[in-house]
Design a protein around this ligand. Sequence first.
Ligand code: A3P
Length: 320
Amino acid sequence: MVAPHPIDLANEYFEFYPDEVSPLWSDPARDPNLKELWRVNKTLPVFPKVLIAGPQKTGTTALMTFLLLHPNLVTSKPDPSLYEEVQFFSSNLYDNGIDWYASRFPEKKNDQTVLFEKSANYFSHHRTPQRVKELMPDAKIIIIMNNPSRRAYSWYQHLKAHNDSLVQQYTFYQIITADDQAPETLKIAHKRHLHDGIYAVHLSRWLLHFPKEQLYLVDGEKLIQDPVSVMNDVQKFIGVTPKIDYKTKIQFDTEKGFFCAKTTGCLGSGKGRSYEKMDKASEAYLREFYKHHNEDLKTLLDSIEHPHPLWLQQTENSQA
Ligand code: A3P
């Protein structure tokens, strides 16, 4: 009898187990079987301990930049082939495997060095929490949530500043109110603006895989208003030493209108943009759109005994 070709066998196997088409990487240092298979003369890969998971336009760059003011917090190496972020868990780069991921990071300077990574689309990517849990079960995850209406509008302004053709064609109101009858591109834009702000759905997914103690929820509005106390708390959550007082590291810049690092200055022109206020119709539409999602978030936060951020309390008081 002729043995079946391995490719045919594999195809047949994956027909039965479609969930396994994409691998799920785990850490060889934690798995005795994998460790045995690891080549003797090859050092085990080291992964980051902390992830800033996003979502986009909530202040992820500010948080990352402020973390880097700590001498023992180190992030991924700059890589011109990547657009600012590694996005390993949320893209096809996951197929590159764990060696590729580990090689994105510089070597630790000493035992006190804590490696972290910021990829703002991890938060809402449906497979990311499970993938992170499998590879880095002890990871500490930082999530920033601000008013989702503000987040959506910031994303629109981001596209506008990049002369995105869609934004030249449609107003913010047209994008956020697009329905099932809208052209496909408009429907995609609608989702890209609003989906990340449905925080309760994404946060529940993380909570399926991680205990609440490993998730740190930052109030994005507080990060703007009072980053010193936010950063002092974040470093406690990370557990990095020595503890620094961020009062000595960041200060308000009147020209920028935001807090900036004393040494490295303010974030670039793409962060903390000035633009016109959101129009009243869009504001009202988004308030209504996010109303029940924000209610769900309150319920979820109550279930994990987490206080409501100020912006969420304010949505409680505003009239829909
Ligand atoms: P805007 O530019 O719309 O104001 P991200 O880095 O996740 O893309 O988020 C960008 C947002 O970070 C900015 O949106 C701004 O509101 C917010 N932000 C928070 N702290 C900031 C700071 N210190 N400097 C600049 N932007 C900051």
